[in-house]
Design a protein around this ligand. Structure first.
Ligand code: CTP
Length: 433
């Protein structure tokens, strides 16, 4: 894993650098932070110090108590010049957010603070993630400075278009979400310098279904369920962070969307089935996290049903297609299909194991929805991951953490299947001989 020197400039997006730091550490990197003075007005250095377990520095005039060492490294016995030592050991300098002011200084070779001095002494790759107001981003000076910096070899992670910090403003200039910035840092790392291994899902295409379908009763009412889409979105973000080209089929999900992931919105079980079939051919892994309605009103009214003159209302429901079973039958042998089972109470494990076999899945994630504070609509989850060979309990944790455990299971299922295919090909070849 890499030594990342993270430069944080002054801007509202500095708050995202905190989560970026946390994600980088969770991913196993060793991080040191340099802030500009303006950045310190947005986020205090105690936050970065708490997360990295190392001093965060602002000026050239303060001593580095860690003497230029990254967490996990032995500290040297001399007191080095901080901007030279910190940057000399770094596998990458990532500046996120990079302000228009710092970009201008870097383009001009100005070294008037610790961050810009470190940048001038840098030999490792430089990644810049600019974030600013759209008018500043579009200004010819900013464009020219970025042109100079990319010509010199810096990697620029373009800002996204969307709501900006100033109230009511919308445009280009948003810092992409932390998982996207981390993915850009990891791809910009020079493998020879850091010994940085490729990400575990590089080159793989992952399709995730998320949320809950809604089946219309009439023009305004529907039969739905309580799924928020959080688990599915967390899976997609984790897959993208591990390098997968990730698509999400989102059924009625009202959550923030991450950059770098493709989203396709659907409403009903039928639309979800069509979208899943259309996308499946281009996927290596399907994670079927959506709560798909098992029944829909047999005849939805086009207009709103009026209550006047009715004593009651009987709804006739008809079954929907079981998308997961259908696609699991139709899939290619190199595809991995993971289902989810929302079970309630006693006997849940047995029912989930039966579903794993009946639906011919590679894995099933059992979610016991009888527990408080987990599962539907909750921030946390607690699951059991079942495969033909293994049963793994993931105790209550945040959905992003549970997503990591599920993708670890997907990786081991694929590693096992790959090994079996290689062995089968080998025995086929020896028989042919
Ligand atoms: N699922 C699906 N299509 C449906 C219903 C469910 O693809 N019409 C998928 C879900 O996305 C989930 C898995 O099937 O991955 C399990 O759903 P669950 O509701 O727990 O199981 P059922 O299939 O409804 O259970 P059973 O077969 O026992 O009725």
């Amino acid at each position: 894993m890499a030594r990342i020197l993270l430069g944080v400039c002054g801007g509202i997006a500095a708050y995202k650098a905190v989560e970026l730091t946390r994600l980088a550490i969770v991913a196993g990197h060793s991080v040191r932070v340099i802030q500009t003075e303006a950045a310190e007005r947005f986020v205090g250095r105690a936050t970065f110090e708490g997360i990295t377990g190392a001093p965060a520095l602002v000026t050239e005039w303060e001593r580095d108590p860690a003497r230029g060492a990254y967490p996990g490294d032995p500290a040297p016995d001399h007191a080095p010049i901080s901007h030279l030592d910190l940057v000399g050991r770094a596998d990458i300098l990532a500046i996120a957010p990079a302000s228009a002011n710092t970009l201008a200084k870097l383009a001009g070779g100005i070294a008037d603070n610790l961050l810009t001095s470190a940048a001038l002494a840098l030999r490792a790759p430089l990644l810049l993630a600019p974030a600013m107001n759209d008018r500043m981003w579009e200004h010819p000076a900013t464009r020219a400075n970025l042109g100079i910096l990319s010509d010199r070899g810096a990697t620029v992670l373009e800002p996204e278009t969307g709501a900006l910090a100033s109230r009511g403003e919308w445009g280009a200039g948003r810092l992409p979400d932390p998982p996207v910035v981390l993915a850009a840092i990891e791809s910009a790392l020079a493998p020879s310098r850091s010994g940085y291994a490729p990400r575990s899902l590089d080159g793989l295409r992952v399709l995730v279904t998320a949320g809950g379908t809604r089946e219309p009763i009439d023009a305004v009412r529907f039969v739905g369920n309580r799924s928020s889409g959080r688990m599915g979105f967390a899976l997609a973000e984790e897959a993208a962070r591990r390098g997968a080209e990730t698509s999400v089929i989102a059924a009625n999900v009202d959550l923030r969307r991450a950059g770098g992931i493709r989203y396709r919105d659907v409403v009903t079980a039928r639309e979800l089935a069509d979208a899943t079939r259309a996308e499946l051919a281009g996927a290596d892994v399907l994670l079927m996290a959506a709560a798909v309605a098992d029944f829909r009103p047999a005849a939805a009214e086009g207009a709103k049903i009026e209550k006047a003159g009715r004593g009651g209302l009987a709804l006739e429901l008809e079954p929907t297609e079981d998308v997961l079973s259908a696609v699991a039958q139709e899939r290619r042998s190199d595809q991995t299909v993971v289902g989810f089972a929302a079970e309630h109470g006693a006997g849940a494990l047995g029912r989930a194991r039966a579903k794993l076999a009946r639906k011919r899945l590679d894995a099933i994630v059992l979610n016991d929805v009888s527990g408080e504070g987990i599962g539907f609509e909750a921030e946390d989850n607690a699951v059991t991951i079942l495969t033909a060979e293994e049963e793994r309990d993931v105790p209550r944790a945040s959905k992003p953490e549970v997503a990591r455990a599920i993708l670890d299971a997907v990786e081991s299922v694929r590693a096992g299947a790959g090994a079996r295919r290689t062995a089968a090909a080998g025995s086929g070849a020896s028989e042919a001989r």
